[in-house]
Design a protein around this ligand. Structure first.
Ligand SMILES: C[S@@+](CC[C@H](N)C(=O)[O-])C[C@H]1O[C@@H](n2cnc3c(N)ncnc32)[C@H](O)[C@@H]1O
Length: 379
């Protein structure tokens, strides 16, 4: 059977992490480029990728890729693609778009042309003149970069970072996919202590607990392609059964989240209950200056305030200094911290062993990594 070409979109900087996730899920033909990772598979791949990818934005079916510099070219090449393989006669198909450094720069015109071309193609297939579009949704994206057009259909629906556990977002919550990436980029393993001393609504501890328990991030949400005719509902049912079976309830996790704000801690606790991991995280109201590192070989992973808000800078500088002093007290611990503050290492008092550029939403940040020693092997 012909392979389906798929694209997992990512935020810039996370391509390698998503590539690693796709490899460990056992998929083929994996190729990473800016902001996306391509792979191939069949219908079950679509189901599994949506259910298990922790760090991707969405999973798309890549319908085609071609060069176009005129609207005629865009129309004809779009019409040539096999839209009827996916979109049924009652399918609802909307078109979204983006264009960067391209001759065809009017996104709304490109969207209208793609829609018209898809309608023409489907008219030929279904021998009808009019589509009611009363059925499942097929969101089509036309993305043009330097005159190269990529056409894709969204299989995910809402972005994959929406796991369904986040209640009220506190100010500046981290995207779940970025928090999961921070954990996956660290040397934290489920037998080590994890601490987030600026946990806010608890995203990092909760994502770590989901990873530690091997809970599929998509287990408690819906996906656009669940409604599609072409994907057998039995595949979704089986994927959920498999995901439930894969959960590791036996390992005892030692995950801690603290924050100065009592309201944030309440929200974090509610989120952890919703995510089904409240039994493996201890949340506590505590200023970071009072942090004591319990045990050895722990891993601190955190998203502190960045000092970007007016009047916050001095306070944040002091927080970073205090954190540096606390972490220096026990050199077996590792520290992983994301911030946009360019002189963070100076305040922390140590040069990072590694640094990775990441985007936290629109904010350009660095992910600073300070490695502690490896824990001794258990006999
Ligand atoms: C960028 S937010 C963290 C957001 C969190 N990662 C989330 O997903 O919700 C920074 C957090 O640091 C907390 N904070 C600020 N100053 C603090 C201090 N001195 N000690 C502990 N927490 C502090 C704030 O209450 C806020 O929740």
């Amino acid at each position: 059977m012909e392979k389906i070409n798929l694209i997992a979109t990512t935020t810039f900087g996370l391509e390698a992490v998503v590539k690693r996730e796709l490899i460990s899920l056992g998929f083929d033909d994996i190729k990473a480029s800016d902001g996306k990772v391509e792979f191939t598979g069949d219908e079950s791949t679509i189901v599994k990728a949506n259910m298990w990818l922790r760090c991707a934005g969405r999973v798309w079916i890549k319908m085609g890729e071609f060069k176009a510099v005129t609207f005629d070219e865009l129309f004809e090449k779009t019409k040539a693609l096999p839209w009827g393989d996916w979109i049924p006669v009652d399918g609802k198909f909307t078109v979204v778009g983006k264009s960067v450094k391209s001759t065809l720069f009017s996104v709304s015109d490109c969207q209208a042309i793609v829609k018209k071309a898809v309608v023409e193609k489907l008219k030929q297939k279904y021998k009808v003149d009019w589509f009611d579009e009363t059925g499942a949704e097929y969101k089509i994206q036309v993305a043009i970069l330097k005159d190269m057009v990529t056409l894709a259909i969204d299989t995910s629906g809402s972005s994959l970072h929406k796991r369904g556990y986040r209640a009220d977002a506190m100010t500046a919550p981290l995207k779940e996919s970025l928090a999961a990436a921070m954990v996956q980029l660290s040397y934290w393993r489920k037998d080590r202590i994890l601490l987030d001393p600026f946990c806010g609504s608890g995203t990092i501890p909760i994502e770590a607990a989901l990873i530690g328990r091997n809970i599929a991030p998509g287990l408690n949400r819906k996906f656009a392609s669940e409604e599609w005719e072409r994907i057998d509902p039995a595949l979704w049912k089986q994927a959920r059964i498999d995901a439930y079976k894969a959960i590791d309830y036996d390992t005892e996790l030692k995950i801690y989240g603290t924050d100065i704000d009592p309201e944030a801690i309440e929200v974090a606790k509610e989120n952890a209950i919703k995510a089904g991991v409240d039994d493996c995280i201890t949340f506590e109201v505590k200023p970071c200056e009072e942090t004591t590192l319990m045990g050895d070989y722990g891993v601190l992973i955190t998203n502190p305030p960045y000092g970007e808000r007016l009047g916050e800078l001095k306070e944040v500088e002091n927080i970073y200094r205090a954190l540096g002093r606390i972490m220096a007290e026990n050199t077996t611990w590792s520290t992983y911290l994301i911030t946009s503050m360019e002189y963070f290492e100076k305040l922390f008092g140590r040069k990072a062993d590694a640094k990775r550029k990441l985007f936290n939403g629109r904010i350009k940040t660095d992910y600073y990594q300070f490695y502690g020693p490896r824990p001794p092997k258990k006999n």
